[in-house]
Design a protein around this ligand. Structure first.
Ligand code: NAG
Ligand code: NAG
Length: 275
């Protein structure tokens, strides 16, 4: 007879139920958690991740950035954003990166804050494998205290993490500054100031408001857009805003650039963007 064997098998089975049930629940929970985490990872584009790098500061005695930055902002580029500005190396992207904002924080918890500093790109350059050469002011602002700032400055080059963030210029519209080298009416160049958000301007057209004949401008260098023989009459601007994922939107300012535009003048476009 096999009764004892069946009985034995039943006992083993019965004993296993309390072990199997929680194990099964745990496995279900675990696979659910993994699925959830995977979904989260897919949702978070890495444009939201901090990237490891290094930062130095301008080797001059000034607090602010430089008047001769490769973005072409001139003296405006030294003091923009309260002087929290930076030169970048690869992030310059042939000038497309000019005006982009980055949160940069140093990683030594002894000296550095979690928040770090938000800088605007105004120049191109690198030293000692850095992605950033900050203004001295911005470099010090990554520190917890004045003493810690002095220690950071003494180090010269520090490990940092950075990510692209939205630029913010409260109470400012996007503004056009006509380049000093412009020569009405045969040659026009300008830079774009106070662009909020985190998109790149990848094309600029200048159109006659009368018949909408448009001229495609060239990025001569940095943030400087130029054209020989610009259209005449009041001029309507079109700027193409590009996102990291490739989405593109044309922005058409409310205000025109007047017919008698002048070198060195600034013109309020009457629009601002937030993304
Ligand atoms: C640096 O920029 C700030 C903010 O615009 C300005 O007040 C200050 O005078 C500048 N400092 C120097 C040394 O240019
Ligand atoms: C921005 O432009 C609007 C018109 O579109 C104007 O009403 C407003 O005053 C401008 N803001 C500033 C700060 O110049």
């Amino acid at each position: 007879m096999h009764y004892p064997l069946i009985f034995f098998a039943f006992i083993v089975f019965a004993l296993c139920i309390p072990i199997m049930v929680p194990t099964l629940q745990f496995l279900l929970f675990l696979s659910g958690t993994l699925l959830f985490m995977q979904t989260l990872a897919e949702a978070a584009t890495c444009s939201d991740c901090f990237i490891h790098s290094r930062a130095a500061y301008y080797p001059n005695s000034y607090e602010n950035g430089t008047d001769t930055g490769r973005c072409g902002y001139g003296s405006f580029g030294a003091t923009l954003n309260g002087g929290d500005v930076s030169a970048v190396s690869d992030l310059y992207r042939d000038g497309v990166g000019c005006g982009a904002c980055y949160q940069v924080r140093c990683t030594d918890s002894h000296y550095c804050t979690d928040k770090g500093v938000t800088i605007v790109v105004t120049d191109h350059g690198s030293s000692h494998n850095t992605d950033f050469i900050l203004s001295r002011r911005a470099f010090g602002r990554m520190a917890q205290t004045t003493d810690a700032a002095a220690s950071l400055i003494a180090l010269g080059v520090v490990d940092v993490e950075y990510k692209r963030v939205s630029c913010s210029y409260p109470n400012k519209n996007i503004t056009i500054k006509i380049d000093e080298n412009s020569d009405h009416p045969s040659y026009m160049g300008f830079v774009v100031w106070y662009q909020q958000g985190r998109r790149d301007i990848t094309a600029v057209h200048l159109c006659e408001t009368q018949n909408f004949a448009c001229k495609v401008l060239d990025r001569s260098y940095g943030a400087v857009w130029t054209t020989t023989s610009p259209p005449s009459g009041p001029l309507s601007l079109r700027m193409l805003f590009s996102e990291e994922d490739g989405d593109e939107t044309w922005v058409v300012p409310v205000n025109n650039i007047p017919n008698d535009w002048k070198a060195g003048q600034t013109y309020d476009t009457g629009v601002q963007v937030n993304s």
